[in-house]
Design a protein around this ligand. Structure first.
Ligand code: 0L1
Ligand code: MG
Length: 259
């Protein structure tokens, strides 16, 4: 069965625009390969860029055992961060989202391009201007946040919004594998982790993304932000909810949900 990438990209963008969840693609086609899923993701990005958006960066998802278990998958995924999804005031507009969740992220701000293949964690540190804390708001466009690996790839890895902290450090100022994060939602600590929860080393995650893009003739670009993935599981972001990610060395980042 041939997969119509443009059709499924419009299907997902309509879900965003109309703020409604939709049936997973894999419930409607015989087979959705990883290549087809990334092709739908690329077509979706083209639609967004065609509306005047720009790229602020890229992201990994499902890089921790906590997230892989929560979602029932066993591999990381890669996606894009459109500039329109970066929140500058820490307030997530819930009236534009379907069923958002929030999760802490270690974020790399690149000072130089990173082009695969053969990018290493050391190369990532060399190319990074600073490492900052962040909180990603994810919002699967699928019913009940339920999907297969290829569904979530097509859906740009559930990317919806992101808050980036304004503190941060030079990439070698502290060991990223022991960098700590405490995630607190409405005063309750819901998760704690160190950077090593991200496939052993957050910089290695970013190297994997650069190498993945390299296979498609693409690269991570200077000035971009790159999210390495969440080290704890995601929590619902509801009206009135405030989530704080407190990082060692990176300060704190807050997101709140507002209607
Ligand atoms: O950023 C992420 O880890 C999201 C990956 C996709 C799975 C999900 O929606 O949690
Ligand atoms: Mg994430």
């Amino acid at each position: 069965m041939t997969i119509d990438h443009a059709h499924w990209a419009h299907y997902l963008l309509s879900a965003v625009d109309e703020r409604r969840d939709v049936q997973a693609i894999t419930k409607q086609v015989d087979e959705l390969s990883i290549d087809d899923a990334y092709a739908i993701q690329a077509a979706l990005l083209e639609l967004q860029l065609g509306r005047g958006d720009t790229l602020a960066g890229a992201k990994l998802g499902l890089t921790s055992a906590a997230k892989q278990e929560q979602m029932g998958v066993d591999a990381p995924v890669y996606g894009w961060v459109p500039a329109s999804t970066v929140l500058h005031d820490g307030v997530a507009p819930l009236d534009e989202l379907i069923h958002p969740r929030c999760e802490p992220e270690i974020v790399f701000i690149l000072g130089e391009d990173l082009a695969g293949p053969n990018v290493t964690a050391d190369d990532v540190l060399d190319a990074t201007d600073k490492v900052v804390g962040g909180i990603e708001v994810i919002d699967s466009r699928y019913e009940k946040f339920s999907f297969t690996l290829t569904d979530v790839i097509a859906d740009n890895t559930s990317a919806a919004r992101v808050v980036i902290g304004d503190e941060g450090m030079a990439p070698r100022d502290a060991d990223l594998t022991t960098l700590g994060c405490v995630f607190e939602v409405d005063g309750t600590i819901t998760g704690t982790a160190t950077g090593a929860a991200l496939l052993g080393d957050p910089a290695r995650c970013v190297a994997m993304l650069a190498n993945h893009l390299g296979k498609h003739g693409q690269k991570l670009e200077a000035g971009w932000l790159v999210m390495a993935g969440a080290a704890t599981d995601a929590r619902p972001l509801e009206p009135g909810t405030t989530a704080i990610a407190r990082y060692s060395h990176l300060g704190s980042v807050t997101v709140s949900g507002k209607v």
